[in-house]
Design a protein around this ligand. Structure first.
Ligand SMILES: [Cu+2]
Length: 171
């Protein structure tokens, strides 16, 4: 009984320090960039940590935009393009996946309203095994490179103003 209590206390404390903890999946440091000007698209980034067997993110859902999609960036003929991810994103056993600018991201297409700095957004990530995992996203200022100041990030290719230069095939 004492052991059970210890486990419950540990799980409860995890709820406080992370955005989401469902089964073996933990989603943390979730953030999005505040909208700039008339841009009606946005993107969210986070780290997914898997404490169990291999799983897969198969979809993202929100009610803040017309469409919420899993995207990645690929280089094609030296042009950076955004693509909707086909078949989901694998999260390896006891591994992690980083959704970050220039790589995997959750894409909001046709935002209902501009994302404001300081705002919090609730979305759901759908996993093959863990099911629906709620994620709370912090909207940071337009200059932000993320909650950790962009440490370890690539060349900073993001969204916002660069949006219209990218080609999308998700229609
Ligand atoms: Cu995108």
């Amino acid at each position: 009984m004492k052991k059970l209590f210890a486990i419950v206390a540990t799980v409860a404390s995890l709820f406080i320090v992370t955005n989401a903890f469902a089964a073996n999946i933990e989603v943390k440091d979730a953030w999005a960039k505040a909208s700039k000007g008339m841009v009606r698209n946005g993107a969210a980034f986070f780290d997914i940590v898997n404490h169990g067997a291999a799983d897969r993110v198969v979809a993202a859902h929100s009610n803040i935009a017309e469409r919420t999609e899993l995207h990645t960036h690929i280089m094609e003929n030296n042009v950076m393009k955004m693509r909707e991810v086909q078949g989901g994103v694998e999260v390896p056993m006891h591994g992690s996946v980083h959704f970050k600018p220039g790589s995997y991201h959750v894409m909001f297409i046709g935002l209902n309203k501009a994302l404001e700095e300081g705002q919090k957004i609730d979305i759901t990530l759908e996993f093959e095994k863990a099911g629906d995992v709620p994620v709370t996203i912090d909207v940071l200022n337009t200059m932000s490179m993320g909650p950790n100041g962009g440490a370890g990030m690539g060349h900073g290719m993001g969204h916002g103003q660069k949006q219209n230069k990218m080609q999308m095939n998700s229609n």
